[in-house]
Design a protein around this ligand. Structure first.
Ligand SMILES: [Zn+2]
Length: 546
C-alpha cells in the first residue's frame, strides 16, 4: 500500500475555506482525497518517490470552485449557436445570423440545423438605437426560421418564418404571463416576452441525448479552465434532458464536473409520485430541489416590483405565478422532502417568496426532522426591501446570487428602479451582516461563468474597465475576498448537503483544488481579474493545467 501522497502542494499560501483554520502552506492528496493539511514541515514525510510535488511559491491554492447557478446544457449547446452577447448593434447581430446561415447550409443535415438558434442579444447596449424586429431577420433569413434568445432569456426575437411555424399571427391572443409585441397594425413584431416565448420554443427541434452529452463533454474543459469543478444546474426541461444527460455521462464515468440538478416545478407531481427526494445521488450527481419562478427579469422590465418602474408608471412587472399557487406547490414539495429553489428578482417577488417560505417553515415545524431540515434557496435576490432582508436568515434560506449581474446591470438598475431602490439591489454586504449565507454563480450562459470575474465584481462592485470609479457601484455592499471565495466553495457545498465531503480543503474530503497565479487576498482588488487559473484538480486528478 502506498503510504505517500500522490500530489503534494508546498510553499503556500493555501486558503482552505474553513473558518476554523483559514490558512495553511501545504496540502497532500492521495486516492482522490485530501490526505493532510498543514505546514511544509508537517507534511514533508508524505513525500514519496512518485509523489508529484507542486511548489506554490506565492501562487494560491484554494478549494475548486462551485458554480451555483448555471444553465449548463444551454451553455454547452450555445457554443454551436449564434452568440450575440458581444454585439453592440442590431447590424452586428444580423451579420452573425448571416454568417451562421452560410456555414450551416446543406453540409450538415442535422435536425437542429433546420433552425438558426442563438442568444445573448441585449438592445440596451446597442449603439445604433435600432429596435429588434422580425423584418431585420427576414432580410437575411426569408426561409430559415431564426430564434434568438435575449440576454436574460426572458424574451425571444424571431423572424417571420419562425412565427409562421409557431402559428403566431395578428389573430393570436397574448398568453397569461406573456406578451406578443405587435406593430401598430396588430402584426407581431417578432419579439415575444416571458410565457409567450413558449409559443415558439415548443417548435424548436429538440436536441437529443447524443447532442447534449457531446456538447457537455466539449464544454467541460472550458469550466476547468476557470477553476470550476462542480455546478448547480439551475433548471431542466420537462422531459428531463439535462438530468438524463448527466446520468448518461455518469454511467459512462465521463462526468467531468460534480452536478447538483434542480428539477422544474412542472414535474413536481412526477417527483412526488416516485418519491424522489433532494440529496439522492453520490459525489458526482445529486438530486437538488424544485425550481420555481416568482417573476421575470430586470432587463425586459418583468421583475415583479413593490413600486412601478421609474419611467413606466403602469408597469409593476410580472408575477410568474399566483402566490397562492406557489405556496401550494412549495408545501407539496417540502412535504415530499424536496427543497425549494425559487427565482425572484424584484422586491415584490422576493417578498412573495419569503411569505411562501415562512408558511413552508411553519409547516415543516410540525413534521419530523427528516423532512424539515431542507436547504431552501432563493435564486437572484436582485432587489429586496429592507424589511424583508433579515427574513432570509430568520427563515434559514440561502441567497443564491450572481455578482456579475450587479456590475453588468448597474445602469439598468439606476434607470428602471431609480436611486432609492438601487440601494436595495444586490445587497451582499447587508445580507452577510444579517447572518444570511450567500452562494455565487453566473447564470451562464447569460453571463460569463469564470468565478474570478464574479469574485472581482463582488469585492469591487466595478466593471473590468474600472467604471463607475474607485468607490464602485453601491460600494457600501462590497464584500471581502474571503467571503466571495466562500460563496464559490464551502457554502455551495453546504446548500447542496455535501459539506461532509467537499467544499473546503479539509483532510478526508475529496481533492477538488485550484491553483491561482497570484494570491488574490493580497493583490489590489482590480488585479483579481488578471489572475490566471494555473491548475485544476478534480477528485485528486489534475484535469487542467496552464
Ligand atoms: Zn438562471
Amino acid at each position: 500500500m502506498n503510504l505517500y501522497a500522490d500530489l503534494l502542494f508546498t510553499g503556500g499560501p493555501v486558503y482552505i475555506a474553513d473558518p476554523a483554520r483559514p490558512r495553511a502552506t501545504a496540502v497532500a492528496v492521495r486516492d482522490g482525497c485530501i490526505l493532510a493539511v498543514g505546514t511544509d514541515a508537517d507534511l514533508a514525510e508524505l513525500r514519496g518517490p512518485s509523489t508529484v510535488v507542486t511548489n506554490l511559491a506565492g501562487k494560491l491554492l484554494l478549494p475548486g470552485f462551485t458554480e451555483s447557478h448555471v444553465h449548463f446544457i444551454e451553455l454547452a449547446l450555445r457554443a454551436a449557436q449564434v452568440e450575440a452577447t458581444e454585439a453592440r448593434s442590431a447590424g452586428e447581430v444580423i451579420d452573425l445570423v448571416r454568417a451562421k446561415l452560410n456555414t450551416s447550409g446543406s453540409a450538415t443535415p442535422a435536425r437542429s440545423d433546420a433552425w438558426i438558434r442563438g442568444g445573448g442579444w441585449n438592445a440596451n447596449i446597442w449603439t445604433d438605437g435600432v429596435v429588434p424586429h422580425r423584418a431585420l431577420l427576414d432580410a437575411v433569413a426569408p426561409e430559415t426560421p431564426v430564434a434568438l434568445d435575449s440576454k436574460a432569456l426572458h424574451a425571444v426575437w424571431v423572424n417571420s418564418a419562425a412565427l409562421r411555424i409557431a402559428g403566431i399571427d395578428a389573430a393570436t391572443p397574448d398568453v397569461p404571463g406573456g406578451i406578443i409585441e405587435r406593430d401598430a397594425d396588430g402584426v407581431p413584431t417578432g419579439i415575444l416576452h416571458e410565457n409567450a416565448v413558449d409559443l415558439v420554443a415548443r417548435c424548436y427541434p429538440k436536441p437529443d441525448l447524443a447532442e447534449t452529452t457531446a456538447a457537455v463533454l466539449a464544454a467541460t474543459p472550458g469550466m476547468w479552465a476557470t477553476g470550476i469543478v462542480a455546478l448547480h444546474n439551475a433548471n431542466d426541461t420537462s422531459d428531463g434532458l439535462a438530468f438524463r444527460t448527466y446520468q448518461a455521462l455518469h454511467r459512462r464515468r465521463e462526468l467531468g464536473l460534480r452536478v447538483l440538478q434542480q428539477f422544474p416545478v412542472c414535474n413536481l407531481d412526477h417527483l412526488r409520485a416516485i418519491g424522489l427526494r433532494s440529496g439522492l445521488g453520490d459525489a458526482w450527481l445529486r438530486v437538488g430541489g424544485v425550481k420555481m419562478f416568482a417573476d421575470g427579469a430586470l432587463g425586459n422590465r418583468t421583475a415583479s416590483m413593490l413600486q412601478p418602474y421609474v419611467d413606466e408608471p403602469s408597469n409593476w412587472g410580472v408575477a410568474a405565478v399566483d402566490p397562492e399557487e406557489m405556496l401550494e406547490q412549495a408545501l407539496a414539495a417540502s412535504a415530499a422532502g424536496l427543497s425549494l429553489t425559487i427565482h425572484a428578482i424584484g422586491d415584490r417577488a422576493n417578498r412573495d417568496v419569503l411569505n411562501v417560505l415562512a408558511e413552508v417553515r411553519k409547516d415543516e415545524g410540525r413534521r419530523p426532522k427528516e423532512t424539515s431540515s431542507l436547504r431552501h434557496r432563493v435564486e437572484h435576490v436582485q432587489c429586496i426591501h429592507p424589511d424583508d432582508l433579515p427574513r432570509l436568515v430568520q427563515l434559514d434560506v440561502i441567497a443564491s446570487v450572481q455578482p456579475i449581474h450587479a456590475t453588468s446591470d448597474m445602469r439598468i438598475v439606476d434607470r428602471y428602479w431609480g436611486p432609492g431602490r438601487a440601494l436595495n439591489a444586490y445587497p451582499f454586504r447587508r445580507l452577510l451582516d444579517s447572518g444570511a449565507r450567500l452562494v455565487f454563480g453566473s447564470d451562464g450562459p447569460i453571463e460569463p461563468h469564470a468565478p474570478l470575474i464574479g469574485i472581482h465584481a463582488a469585492v469591487t462592485r466595478r466593471r473590468g474597465d474600472g467604471s463607475p470609479g474607485p468607490e464602485g457601484w453601491q460600494g457600501q455592499e462590497r464584500i471581502t475576498v474571503a467571503e466571495a471565495v466562500d460563496a464559490y466553495t464551502c457554502w455551495p457545498a453546504y446548500v447542496a448537503g455535501e459539506e461532509s465531503y467537499r467544499g473546503s480543503i479539509t483532510s478526508g474530503k475529496v481533492a477538488d483544488l485550484v491553483v491561482l497565479s497570484q494570491d488574490i487576498f493580497r493583490v489590489d482588488p482590480m488585479a483579481i481579474l488578471e489572475t490566471q487559473v494555473e491548475m485544476t484538480v478534480l477528485d485528486g486528478r489534475v484535469v487542467w493545467k496552464k
